[in-house]
Design a protein around this ligand. Sequence first.
Ligand code: IPD
Ligand code: CA
Ligand code: CA
Length: 263
Amino acid sequence: MLDFAIELAYRAGALIRAGAERDVRYEPKQYADVVTEVDRASEELIVRAIRSRYPDHAIIAEEGSGANTSSSYTWLIDPLDGTLNFLHGLPIFCVSIALLVDRQPFLGVVYDPMRNELFYAERGRGAFLNGRWLRVSQTTSLARSLLSSGLPYDRFEQPDNNLAELTYLAMLVQDIRRPGSAALDLCAVAAGRTDGHWELGLKPWDVAAGGLIALEAGATVTDWQGGFWHPLDGDRIVATNGLIHAELLAALAAVRRQRLAKS
Ligand code: IPD
Ligand code: CA
Ligand code: CA
């Protein structure tokens, strides 16, 4: 199944890479969100292949072409994560494929077609980048950390939109990035390229594969209160090298207290 998921990621990645070289049609979705013809074509390729190989498996795919079966196998597909980057020609995007078995993350594949970087993990077997074993960073303090985060598409009307957290944390860390692909952001934590990532407003397909890859590389992955993280439950994630986790959670809690005090 891992080989099958990797093959699909490479095929979808080739389609995305070809799309990056031409003008593509796109439509608005909701808020600042858009969908392009490449999101749809990538999803069609992946979903069609899963349906033909595993007709009874359930599929949850971002653009809605999934399959709702009662199988204990569920595929979670983000056919193009980082669509806005893709549309603007900023080469930070990927395809993300995860498989849950009995609701538990079992495998995850994230492929960045512009760098030819294939991240993958199977539960209990470690995480890899192009065959090389991955490990999280060793940074021990927030002050020396490079973090990443994101902004939700509904930030215009949602006051709890991560802007206060970004402002607060910007003064505590070495720096913050907003690369624009949650799946790749989690892989960056796994690879020790960043020390942590926090975000809200995420969907299961954004985080299922990257979350497992981070966990298998030794990351601590929780919700914003330090509770158990599961891709199907809740839209908030904190993934770090473990060493800075408590400090990052404390900062998020401080902002939450400030918000409650004001309301
Ligand atoms: C988005 C990206 C982005 C994150 C958004 C996601 P999309 O996915 O992962 O980094 O901040 O919340 O929706 O729309 O490009 O697939
Ligand atoms: Ca996404
Ligand atoms: Ca997407």
